[in-house]
Design a protein around this ligand. Structure first.
Ligand SMILES: N[C@@H](CCC(=O)N[C@@H](CS)C(=O)NCC(=O)O)C(=O)O
Length: 145
């Protein structure tokens, strides 16, 4: 079984990117080139009508949303022990850190924000530092999400 993960470096696919290493499962990483607006390509939109990255294809199952992808893979690979037992406190911490990773953390050197005091001020895709941000691909002048 080989998963296909459609991603772009240092974006919302950050958390799913951890999964091949943590599970040892076979993943084919398919680059969706944001700088060429690959996420709006009709073939990609058939997988993810939102036109956003990442997307996972697992056989006939197509999943978008980074957290959902992580939970799906964690469920499918209990031997990797990524997801603690139901109703345990550890499970709740798992939810917390997964949401932190998929909604709050983005690689700092790739996260220029309008409100940042250290980064360039001309690129941003988050109105607030409290929200997850997406790095703007090189050569792209539009901010999204
Ligand atoms: N909540 C979604 C966010 C996905 C998302 O916004 N991805 C951005 C990259 S960080 C994207 O694809 N932006 C391209 C666009 O909006 O056109 C997830 O976690 O998967």
């Amino acid at each position: 079984m080989c998963y296909r993960l459609f991603d772009f470096p240092n974006n919302a696919s950050l958390a799913p990117h951890i999964l091949p290493e943590e599970t040892g499962a076979d993943f084919e990483l398919v680059l969706v080139d944001r700088s060429a607006r690959g996420q709006k390509d009709p073939d990609y939109l058939r997988l993810n009508p939102n036109g956003r990255i990442p997307t996972l294809v697992d056989g006939d199952l197509v999943l978008f949303e980074a957290a959902a992808i992580c939970m799906h893979i964690a469920d499918r690979h209990p031997e990797a022990m990524l997801i603690p037992p139901l109703r345990s406190d550890e499970r709740s911490h798992f939810y917390k850190w997964l949401v932190f990773l998929t909604n709050t953390v983005q690689p700092p050197d790739q996260v220029p924000r309008k409100t940042s005091t250290v980064g360039p001020s001309s690129q941003a895709c988050s109105p607030s530092p409290s929200q997850a941000t997406c790095s703007t691909p090189p050569g792209s002048s539009t901010s999204t999400s």
